[in-house]
Design a protein around this ligand. Structure first.
Ligand code: GDP
Ligand code: MN
Length: 428
């Protein structure tokens, strides 16, 4: 369960960390105008359960009540990366004199170690810093899971920050306190993530200009005290951050989940497989089957990239959008599809796929091989349409191999498709 920024800041403040002085949380621009003094420099921050608000216009600075009200009326009712903005946190703007740091504590899901990550290159581009200048990030993993950060580790982490921040040298002690307190909060509240980005270095010490806390749902039963402190009566449904693909699928009206992180760096020796299966069950089966066949026959070099549920009678346009999404998704090398026509029609499916391929080929857009099978409702007309389409536009459809009927099992089609895509790429 993710906390809103104002809640996370109250928690950090409770644990002894400095946060900007809040003006309040507002739902109307008029109220913002009344609450902010004429000369006050404030930050307006969209209270949405998603990061990256800064780049999406969800964090704005105003000098005085009139400007704050104008910005508030622009922000309220907008969407930030798909999330409607209904409330704004308004707080004093913090002036930084000594740089911006990143301090985060999270859990490594592979071994349950606690990972403490710090960087003197904090701010909106921390992911970019991680990719381009990894030497600016220090990550310490702790296997022992102590309630308090061991002193030696705290010193090391704080020393790294102090050395990298322009105004860090004078604040090494304060930085050590911050890192230790974020760690302690992470443990005390059973967090999955406790993060400050940016931690701004000011004349009066480090200030948490942003705060992110994600509670581990499995630990909520121990957090009654926290719920009372925040005035929460029930757990909020955990809303994860949707990826660009997931937002696109949601807008188009079908279920889609990315299996790769958005900043995943592609391994060039592997084949990345996008999936357009029938229903949800077939979606899960396809992920397992593609991964399993990859392990057994291709040395583990096959990566399924998505879950999708295209069941429930999609329209031709929606089927087209399912394929468009995967063709537009840069990692995908091959699309495997299976239409087991029950409620939904093979005829609609094949028209959607063929239409999509034709349009993309004519527009010069990226297309990757598509292999699969269709069985079930409306198969005769679907077969007829497919055969005609292949005669009429053989070039546009040259890399589409759809088996009609169930003369081959899906496992065989998947294996052949993967073999074909590896060969076509010229890989061994
Ligand atoms: P996010 O983009 O959702 O992580 O939102 P943030 O709260 O981190 O705000 C985005 C960016 O706005 C930060 O990285 C800072 O650069 C800037 N920012 C936010 N609050 C303040 C503040 O009080 N003072 C200053 N100087 N910059 C701020
Ligand atoms: Mn931030």
């Amino acid at each position: 369960m993710r906390l809103y920024e104002d809640e996370a800041k109250r928690v950090f403040e409770r644990e002894g960390l400095a946060v900007p002085r809040p003006v309040g949380v507002f739902e109307s621009a008029a109220d913002v105008g009344k609450a902010v003094g004429p000369g006050a420099a404030v930050m307006l921050k969209a209270l949405v359960l998603i990061g990256g608000r800064g780049k999406a216009g969800g964090v704005r600075r105003a000098a005085g009540g009139a400007e704050a009200a104008a910005l508030a009326s622009d922000m309220l009712g907008r969407r930030i990366r798909g999330y409607p903005v209904e409330r704004l946190l308004v707080e004093e703007a913090v002036a930084t004199t000594g740089g911006a740091a990143y301090v985060g504590v999270t859990m490594n899901p592979a071994d349950f170690n606690v990972a403490v990550i710090v960087s003197p290159a904090g701010g909106v581009d921390i992911e970019q810093a991680a990719r381009e200048t990894p030497e600016k990030i220090l990550r310490v993993e702790l296997a022992a899971n102590e309630a308090a950060l061991p002193d030696a580790e705290a010193s090391r982490l704080a020393g790294f920050l102090a050395a990298g921040l322009p105004g860090g040298a004078a604040q090494a002690g304060a930085l050590k306190t911050v890192v230790s307190r974020v760690y302690a909060a992470f443990q005390k509240y059973d967090c999955k993530v406790a993060e400050i980005n940016p931690l701004l270095i000011t004349g009066s010490g480090p200030v948490a200009a942003d705060a992110k806390i994600v509670l581990d749902d499995n630990g909520l039963f121990r957090q009654g005290g926290l719920f009372r402190f925040l005035g929460l009566t029930t757990a909020r449904h955990d809303i994860s951050e949707p990826t660009r693909n997931e937002i696109r699928a949601r807008a188009a009206g079908f279920k889609y989940v990315d299996l790769l992180a958005e900043d995943h760096v592609k391994d060039p020796s592997k084949l990345y497989v996008g999936l357009v299966p029938g229903g949800a069950g077939y979606g899960i089966f396809s992920i397992d089957e593609v991964g399993g066949i990859g392990d057994r026959f291709f040395g583990g070099r096959v990566v399924p990239v998505n879950f999708m549920d295209s069941g429930g009678g999609p329209t031709v346009a929606m089927v087209g959008e399912m394929f468009d999404l995967l063709f537009d998704y840069e990692p995908v090398d091959l699309v495997i599809t299976s239409r087991f026509g029950g409620i939904s029609s093979c005829d609609v499916f094949i028209r959607g796929l063929v239409g999509c391929l034709r349009e993309r080929r004519r527009a010069g857009q990226r297309v990757v091989p598509v292999v699969g099978r269709m069985v079930g409702t409306d198969l005769p007309s679907a077969r007829e349409f497919l055969e005609r389409a292949k005669r009429e536009t053989p070039v546009e459809l040259e890399d589409m191999h759809i088996t009609v009927g169930n003369r081959k099992i899906m496992a065989e089609i998947i294996r052949e498709g993967i073999r074909f895509a590896f060969d076509r790429k010229g890989w061994a």
